[in-house]
Design a protein around this ligand. Structure first.
Ligand code: MRU
Length: 350
């Protein structure tokens, strides 16, 4: 699955597989403007840190298309900033926009030919999309060495092809282990309230023929206590300089349980998910999403009217609970301040 983010070059439209309707329906959400992209990001048509980074890059192409008139540069700047701010936690979103801004800056001067910039933006967005698939495959091969033949791997949320440009991070590790001939199975936490595990992870793995069983989030302790889980591999939305990792709400609880039961807990993420200017998890902004995701399933109300709910979309797992961070540069081990710094500075992480 690597065609869920598709740019129609002829009509300058971004086609996104609408993840809100999976697994029931496969239909596209078409973005013709930067506003459409912002709406797709905020309503989770497309989600998952690397996927939203790539989508943001295509959003910049549409922001440039939208930016008309003598003040087009100011309009483009505004459009790009609005895309970068569409969701707060996944650092890849701003990273994607910054990379496009750097492309723009590389043109220099005020008298830029807008159509030449459009060509350059389109090329850059496509490069980022292609690179992301390649990074996931490399990362997956590194991570596969952490999985033993016969393991049952528990994962939380969806860090699969749908959450990236293709192949996936946590699911990339699982796919690579399966491709290496290891007989593995997966437990997908259902991942309340948006059900990325039940709906998306299960859908992807079933399509690939990798054995997957969905479990309620609150079954985790029982499954681990029964010896039914040998490894945990999850994705990440933002990794601070010390290794503290923001990922889907519930991940921290899984990590605590894994520590209790002596089960290795890995985070799989590209280097673009590392935020070296945020020293630790305390500085990571945590998105709060609409109450309705918790209070309703479809049109059915689950909670009494007027009772407040919490809908924090992410939590932060402290670095001390993470056995290794699997990246395209290899598996990073504690102390993460050093191994992350070395990976980002292209040094041998040994
Ligand atoms: O709210 P979402 O669905 O965008 O959250 C996604 C996650 O938390 C994923 O686990 C994370 O982005 C890793 S995706 C490769």
């Amino acid at each position: 699955m690597d065609d869920h983010i598709r740019f129609d070059h002829q009509n300058l439209e971004l086609h996104l597989l609408d993840q809100r309707f999976l697994p029931e329906r496969e239909s596209d959400f078409v973005c013709r403007t930067a506003d459409d992209v912002i709406s797709a990001l905020q309503t989770m048509v497309v989600r998952g840190a690397p996927a939203i980074g790539v989508t943001a890059a295509w959003g910049c192409v549409l922001a440039l298309k939208d930016a008309q008139g003598p003040d087009w540069a100011a309009r483009l700047e505004l459009g790009m900033e609005r895309i970068a701010s569409a969701r707060p936690t996944a650092v890849n979103l701003r990273w994607g926009v910054e990379r496009m801004r750097n492309k723009w800056k590389s043109f220099g001067g005020a008298n830029i030919d807008q159509s030449a910039l459009l060509t350059a933006f389109t090329h850059e967005a496509q490069t980022m999309q292609d690179e992301d698939v390649a990074i996931c495959k490399t990362l997956g091969r590194h991570g596969a060495t952490c999985i033993d033949d016969g393991d049952c791997v528990l994962t939380h949320c969806n860090a699969g092809a749908l959450a990236t440009a293709g192949y996936g991070t946590a699911l990339g590790v699982i796919r690579a282990a399966a491709e290496a001939g290891k007989k593995i199975s997966v437990i997908a936490d259902e991942t309340r309230p948006f059900l990325q595990g039940a709906r998306l992870t299960a859908w992807e793995l079933a399509r690939d023929g990798i054995p997957v069983t969905v479990a309620c989030d609150n079954a985790c302790a029982l499954l681990m206590s029964k010896g039914m889980v040998q490894r945990v591999v999850v994705g990440a939305d933002r990794i601070a300089a010390n290794g503290d990792t923001a990922n889907k709400i519930g991940t921290f609880g899984v990590a605590l349980l894994a520590r209790h039961f002596h089960i290795p807990f890995y985070v799989a993420a590209p280097l673009s998910t590392i935020d070296p200017v945020t020293p630790d998890g305390g500085g990571i902004p945590i998105e709060q999403r609409p109450d309705r995701e918790v209070t309703h399933v479809g049109e059915t109300r689950l909670c009494p009217k007027d009772v407040p709910v919490y809908n924090f979309a992410f939590d932060v797992t402290p670095a001390e609970y993470i056995s290794g961070i699997i990246t395209e540069k290899g598996v990073l081990y504690p102390p993460y301040s050093l191994s992350i710094w070395a990976a980002l500075n292209d040094l041998n992480t040994g």
